[in-house]
Design a protein around this ligand. Sequence first.
Ligand code: TMP
Length: 211
Amino acid sequence: MSPFITLEGGDGAGKTTQTGLLVERLRMVGIDVIQVREPGGTALGEALRPLIKGEVDASPLAELLLLETARAQLVEEVIAPALQAGKTIVSDRFYDSTVAYQGFGRGLDLQIIQDLNRIASAGISPDATILLDLEPSAALSRIGNGADQRSDPAGQQRFESQPLEFHERLIEGYHSLAAEDPSRWFVIDASSSVDRVGEKIWAVVSSVLRL
Ligand code: TMP
């Protein structure tokens, strides 16, 4: 199967911008790449996205199940067929977000999350995961001053409006995931300029893909 690369991080870390830049650069060197995002990437996932991001109230368990529903559809409809057809996938978030946000952030049972992640992803796991690492206070002030490229209109901010401690817990979650599996995770300091972070991501991806 062809490579599957994911970008992870807290809100405001710059994932959306960097995912776009990475995909552009991969295409420039002739790689056949498909860009997806979670939640989203299919008609069902894009319909669920505004609900998940905060349009209506949802309990933590209901939120988890909506995320896994969107993921199951994305894997079956887009990711699995693309990988089988030899295309590279770059995803703005994947199942590690659920461990970080719903597990470490919301406090849901990690074993249940891992079981649901495995079911929804049909056993597919990323080959390389880039963590855009940024202090939550810096990331949230980026969102506040509009420096972060938001992928959705204002008002869908269930996660971004959570207290700082929520964001601190989920970053801690990401750090422990990265420490558990250092051969898959690449932690990149996201506090520098867009270009500098982009170069660091490119160094990782070009070495993983042996370009
Ligand atoms: P984003 O695409 O702008 O990062 O927004 C997606 C939001 O959904 C973000 O706040 C993180 C959240 N999210 C979860 O809480 N769990 C998940 O599994 C995923 C994929 C996203």
